[in-house]
Design a protein around this ligand. Sequence first.
Ligand code: ZN
Length: 313
Amino acid sequence: MRFLLISLVFAIGALFIFFAFSTETESPAVSPSETASLSMPAPGAPPEPEMEKPETPAAEMNVINPAVQTGETLIVQFNKEPRSAILNGKTIAVFPYQNDFRAIVPIPLGTKTGTSSIAAEFANGGHFEKTIAVKSGKAKTIVLPPPPKLGMTDKQIVQNLATVNQVVRKTVEEAADITRFNEPFGLPLYDNRKISSAFGEVRQTGSERITHLGVDFDNPKGRMVAAINAGLVKSAYLDPIYGNTVIVDHGRGVYSLYMHMNTMKVKDGDIVKKGTILGTVGDTGLASAPHLHLSIKINGVSVDPIQFVSAFR
Ligand SMILES: [Zn+2]
């Protein structure tokens, strides 16, 4: 009897919980007429507009790599064109790219490290500011005596470098006000895995210290070298130090340079696509073994090609 009573209490309890639960999850029944009367404006209130205005997305600034090292490139993305974009008090160029806008800012080797700030203003009054942490790029020093085939002393190499670099500087000084590329950059070889000398490496050549301002890909002679993106062949020439050299202008101040090639397959003024064959790997000029030297210069500043290619998407 006592057991039966306890069971009954439990059963009633369970039934109660069931009802309590089911009423809680059920939506309150409201008839259409009731809904209409609920949203009727109060007498004297202004009538509501028929349709809502289409929402314009808010302006946004996205710094892709806010922790940047000297020798790297800062990439900034905007969903709308900003009225101004300023880094450390200097205006930076913004250009349309695919469905948005970009700024490509080279951070030269030797830039003062610490925090900087980037700010953008938009026409609708939007204002963005972001802190950038600039760290020192790690540089490795290697001992590289002057290659005997060149027949030059360390001092002569440095003098010759100054002369040939003047030619390169003049070639890449103009920042074309157009974008010749519309897709990410790639790497120049079929096999880009073996890097024999990284960007920023310091070479102790006799008493001279020479900073390597590009990246060397170890590849056999004769391998095809492709343009890393679309552009205009600004110059294809034989340089006494850099050997057979092709310089491609991608627009917006971005240039790619391919050096020590065995052969060249393009000439000044050629329009190239991403992947167009520019020449073949070689050891012309000041080179001790076949390799491709790739440099990227942005507004005249040499940047780490590998970092730039991976950061600019
Ligand atoms: Zn090199």
